[in-house]
Design a binder for this molecule. Structure first.
Ligand SMILES: [Zn+2]
Ligand SMILES: [Zn+2]
Length: 351
């Protein structure tokens, strides 16, 4: 079969590989949609410490079951399914406490396990053990279902900073994740949602889709002043940084309302992980800072339900569909900001 094989930083080629077979404890799917995200770009350019090449990457996966192992239960050929990306061990203290996102033995699809940029993919036993396979409800498309995993990560982050009724939310970073943050914040009851980016074109594309109450072009507008005005001099009750920029994290802390919650959703580059923070701002304003790392299988199931119910629509965020052969073009489109969400179609792009 054809698959996008990552061999070393800068080398991701679509090649013929041996078609995988499911063991008795596994399932196999025909991959219908595998969405592309910033992490794929990171892996392509820099590799990843937990990824041992050569490996088939791609972790935002939806497809149809074509083979079921003899020891598996609950699934049959023809089932349409969405698969988790981060695979918790279900044995460690974090998993037992229901915090699978910070599982200390976490493995991932497209890292330790072959991923979804391929015509077919085996769903490993570890995914089944973690309840990581969700049936796609009703007539929800594979493309929409493939956006479940990033939405689950967004849901995890917003739960950690308790986004809810009446919040004023600033999302910094207008990529696909920023769009999902805007939509989810609304679904969770936020009353005023702002979206900011340093790339005016990316901001325009995303704001046109998700319609924040205020879009702020940081390249030409004074973010701090506008945010203060929009929140009647108080500051946002929640700020989410969805960009790999330390400056955004520093600004977020400086702008948050007293009692505000700040989510560092986007990680920083490995070689630039330090930021400068006025600790007294955190202290006197009683700010709460939260990280965010992946999502749990339960959050995946919840995210899929949010998409299927229409509470968090994603169809209009999928701006491009590309063939597997064009996977590098898809990664470029995501990186440049010309696309919101790009879905790879390993079975081909139908007209
Ligand atoms: Zn992703
Ligand atoms: Zn664990």
């Amino acid at each position: 079969m054809r698959a996008a094989l990552f061999t070393s930083p800068g080398n991701l080629d679509v090649v013929d590989v041996e078609t995988p077979q499911a063991t008795a404890d596994e399932l196999k799917i025909r991959v219908e949609s595998c969405a592309t995200c910033g992490t794929d770009a990171k892996i392509f350019h820099h590799g990843h410490p937990r990824l041992d090449p050569p490996q088939i990457i791609g972790h935002e996966i939806a497809g149809e079951i074509i083979d079921v192992g003899a020891n598996t239960t609950g699934f049959a050929p023809g089932d349409r399914v969405q698969v988790i990306a981060a695979v918790p061990c279900e044995e460690c203290w974090a998993c037992k406490a229901g915090k699978q996102g910070i599982c200390i033995n976490q493995t991932s699809m497209g890292y330790q396990f072959a991923g979804g940029f391929a015509e077919e993919m085996v769903i490993p036993a570890a995914v089944l053990k973690a309840n990581g396979v969700n049936k796609i409800p009703g007539d929800l498309s594979f493309d929409e279902a493939s956006v479940t995993e990033p939405l689950a990560c967004v849901l995890n982050a917003q739960r950690l900073v308790h986004v809810g009724e009446g919040d004023t939310v600033l999302v910094m970073g207008a990529g696909p994740i920023g769009c999902l943050h805007v939509r989810l914040a609304r679904a969770l009851g936020a009353k005023h949602v702002m979206l900011a980016d340093i790339n005016g074109d990316r901001l325009a594309l995303s704001a046109n889709a998700v319609r924040p109450d205020r879009a702020i072009d940081m390249s030409s507008e004074d973010l701090a002043a506008i945010v203060l005005e929009e929140t009647h001099g108080v500051g946002p009750s929640v700020i989410i940084t969805a960009a790999p920029a330390g400056a955004a994290q520093e600004q977020a802390i400086a702008m948050a309302a007293p009692g505000g919650r700040v989510s560092f959703f986007g990680g920083l580059p490995k070689d630039k992980p330090m930021i400068a923070v006025d600790s007294n701002v955190v202290h006197y304003r009683e700010l709460i800072l939260a990280g965010a790392n992946g999502s749990s299988p339960a959050q995946n199931a919840e995210a899929l339900a949010l998409i299927a119910s229409g509470k968090v629509p994603v169809a209009d965020l999928i701006t491009h569909r590309m063939s597997l052969e064009n996977v590098k073009g898809a990664i470029d489109a995501v990186t440049s900001g010309d696309a919101i969400k790009v879905v790879i179609k390993p079975q081909g792009v139908s007209a």
